[in-house]
Structure formats: C-alpha cells, structure tokens
Design a protein around this ligand. Sequence first.
Ligand SMILES: Nc1ncnc2c1ncn2[C@@H]1O[C@H](COP(=O)(O)OP(=O)(O)OP(=O)(O)O)[C@@H](O)[C@H]1O
Ligand SMILES: [Mg+2]
Length: 349
Amino acid sequence: MGAFENIGISDPVSLKRRFEQLIGNSPAIEEVLEQVERVAPTDSTVLIQGETGTGKELIARAIHNISSRCGNSFVKMNCAAIPLDLLESELFGHEKGAFTGAIAQRIGRFELADKGTLFLDEVGDIPLVLQPKLLRVLQEQEFERLGSTQTHHMNVRLVAATNRDLTEMVKRGEFRSDLYYRLNVFPILLPPLRARREDIPALVTHFIEIFCRRMGKQIEHIPPETMIALNSYPWPGNIRELQNLIERAVILSNFGVLPNPLPTAASKDAVIVPAATTLRDSERALILNTLEEVDWVIGGTKGAAAKLGLKRTTLICKMQKLGIFRPSPEGSQAITGPSPPEPVSLSRQ
Ligand SMILES: Nc1ncnc2c1ncn2[C@@H]1O[C@H](COP(=O)(O)OP(=O)(O)OP(=O)(O)O)[C@@H](O)[C@H]1O
Ligand SMILES: [Mg+2]
C-alpha cells in the first residue's frame, strides 16, 4: 500500500502543492522530503534536528499538513521562550487557584492540540526537572491539569525540534536519556545550507519573488558576481540568513538590479573568476573557483567536493557536464572561461 493511500493522498500533484513552500531539489533535501512523506501518515513522534534557520518549523508544519490530522490544530510551543514556573501549566493547563496567580482555569497545549499535532520547539531547552513529567505523559498518553486529579486521555501527535545536540546533552547529564529515546522515534536531520548549495539559486529567486511582491518592486537582473558571492558564502544562519539578506537587497535595489547584500569581506574571495552569464555559468564559475582554491583536490575533507557540500561523484559528474578539466602544467588543456559578463535574467519567457 502506498504511503498516502490511507489518508487519500495518492496524487503526486496534490502532494507537491502541500510542499510548495519548501524550495530545493538537492539530493540532501529530497532525502528529507522522502522521510517526511514516509512518516507523516503515521502517528509516530518525530524529532527534527538541524542548525538554526535550516527549516525545522517548516518541516514540522509539512508533516502536519500531509497527515490525516491536517483538519485539526497544529499547536506550537517554544520551550525556550517560557519561564520554568509557567512551562508546566502551559503544557498541561491548570485549574483556577492551582497556584498563586492562577485566577482562572487554563487549557494547556496538550489539550489544545487534541486530535492534531503538538510541535515542541527547542525541546533541548526543557528543564531537567520537567523532563520526567513530559516523559510520563508521552508514555501513558494521559495527563492532569495542575490542581486537578481528573485524568485526560490525549490524542496528540508529537513533533519535536532542536538545534542542540541532544546526544551530547545526554552524555553531559543535561537531558534525560529515557526522554531522548522516547522522542527519537523517527529522527530527521536537516542539512545546513552549505551542504546543499545547489539549492541556493532557487532559494534566491524564491525570496526575490516574495519580497518584490510584498514591496511592489521588480528585480530583473542578478549581477553574476552577486550570484557567485551568494553561492560561495558559508551561510552560518542558513535559510533564514539568506531570506533576510535577500529582503535587505530588495529594499536597497535600484533599476531592477539586485545589489550584493553580503559584507565586502565575505564576497571578496569569491569574486576571483570572470563574471558569468547564466545560473549554469555561475555554477561553473563557483566550481572552478573552488577547485582553484584547493589546488584541484576533489575528494577528502579538504577537497572541493566537501567545500561545495557535494558527493565526490556528483562533483565529477557536474565537472564533466560543464566541461571543466584540470589544466595541464604546460597549459595545453585550456579551461574555457564563462561567456562574457552579462547579468542573470529573472524575467520569464
Ligand atoms: N526549503 C525552504 N524553502 C523555502 N523557505 C525555507 C526553507 N527552509 C526554511 N525556509 C524559511 O527559512 C526561515 C527559517 O526556517 P525555520 O523557522 O523553519 O527554521 P528553524 O530550523 O526552525 O530555525 P531555528 O532553529 O532558528 O528556530 C523561515 O522563514 C522558513 O519559511
Ligand atoms: Mg524554529
């Protein structure tokens, strides 16, 4: 039976529509989406891990949206944003008078998410003292509001996310191992943007379209050196950082040209090859640039493939497709440079 038959999603087009906000078709993101498709129709707990800004919340919402619970609530709770003394009542709710300041009854997030999905964001920040209570609820599927003895059965699908290394936290005694194993039923690890640079051009275009629409502006050209700089930057803040920089660039743009939003120091090293004309040319220039930086070493941890976030074989395949060869010492095998500079065009045919 296909993964979607039990929730009536067998049509790949409708599936695509539900993923439409998720840009990227690199092998790394395709693998993640395949895991999302597999786990979404089940009720299993999902633990999403990845650096800041890699799209953990977007993936959590995608899991809810393609699950049979999509008609019910998606309730988010950021465990890092709520003070310790309020966290328990936020999760489980309380009765009037349960503690000083409990002036009225309050429904907790587990109850709000009934028949839906509870997204526990920054789950690594749940204080140690609260962890046994959360574990008990997850194991027994029932809870009581603070100040009440009445037990509520829960029907909640749990998706948790964190940018912290939970296994390290378990080793240091900062996170309970039993809770970790209970959460880690189906782990999804989101790759950092630098490990899927192939997606950068599509993300750049996607965010340009969003911000242009929002600001009533138009961008028709991305100068090739800007594209090369965006492609080579390490993106420590991942997609969120890219999104914010494109927003800034669209604000600063004049005459339909996207300015380079990166600080000069970050772009300087990248622009050492001749300007490219198309996305294919920028990709070619980026690969050439990287190969020259590492003295044409392709494999290994310091090689071009690792720097570009590509598999060795993928890089070799791309080099063949793009006609990139290592120049011989005498220079007899010339590297043909990209065509003369011309900006990348965003206008649709
Ligand atoms: N594949 C993607 N396609 C389009 N936009 C994306 C993608 N991944 C993330 N984004 C956007 O990037 C921003 C950051 O994503 P999100 O909030 O899901 O990251 P996060 O991993 O939860 O970050 P943090 O750990 O800092 O909370 C959001 O605006 C989101 O819409
Ligand atoms: Mg988040």
